[in-house]
Design a protein around this ligand. Sequence first.
Ligand code: NAD
Length: 281
Amino acid sequence: MSASIIDGKELSARVRADLVTRIHAANRPVRLDAVLVGSDRAAAIYAENQAKTCTAVGIDYRLHRLPDGAGYDDIAGRILLLNTEEDVRAIMLHLPLPAGVDHERIQALIAPEKDVEGVNPANIGNVVYGRRSLVPCTALASVEMIESTGVELRGARCVIVGASNIVGKPIAVLLMRAEATVISTNKFTKNLAELTRSADVLVAAAGVPSLIRGDMVKPGAVVVDVGINRVTGPDGKSLTVGDVAFEEARAVAGWISPVPGGVGPMTVAMLLRNTVDAALR
Ligand code: NAD
């Protein structure tokens, strides 16, 4: 048996099409204000691509650039200013920040109702309480991908490999809210394979290439691979892989998401959707 693919590109295209319709119907401007500090090239390229992605669905994109030497007070000041501006409804902060600036302290300053990445602890707390909230984008993407398979989450056994504040933990909480039985694992977990083999739904979010082998997957399971790892391929070229040994796991699972083309594009779509939700709320 070969698993069906959970196609992140196709699912994200559907989300984006829906956003185009919503923005058109609302007939109100929707804008994302992004803060980028310093001259990190990768972050600048990411911001450029983000601008194009936003424009394609009808979201205005405004980039607020701060210079290399910007410190905590400068960045915090800009965030606090954006919080007060009425026509700013959606704020995101590009990482990395300059060395010595604690990004979590800055993220905690973003007004919760404008925090479209869901990185303010208030929003993560709201996820726990099941209150209306802007949910961290990768967690939202992962759960939407699981739900797209039609699997019944209530009573399902879900194993989450990785428990970071912004990825693994919120995924676990969202699945708990769906009344699944959730097991959260981390790098100190003993007998990981025994747990993953029992999972109806397996989410890999550890950042370790090929951590999940085929013999760690329950036959027919839904496997979502959140990992994004750069490795050197057999031909010496650099390539992007997930945390799951894809071909091995595909032979056993019922559903599996690929890397690239899985959680990555859905995460981008969830940021756009959070932006539209915040703007049209
Ligand atoms: P992190 O380093 O903050 O957390 C990793 C977690 O995995 C920790 O809880 C750690 O204990 C656990 N872990 C590490 N090794 C393990 C092992 N051998 N067995 C079990 N658990 C183990 O990482 P993160 O920010 O949560 O990101 C995780 C992965 O997801 C990375 O590859 C990252 O690039 C990727 N990611 C993808 C997206 C996306 O859009 N697809 C977004 C964010 C992160």
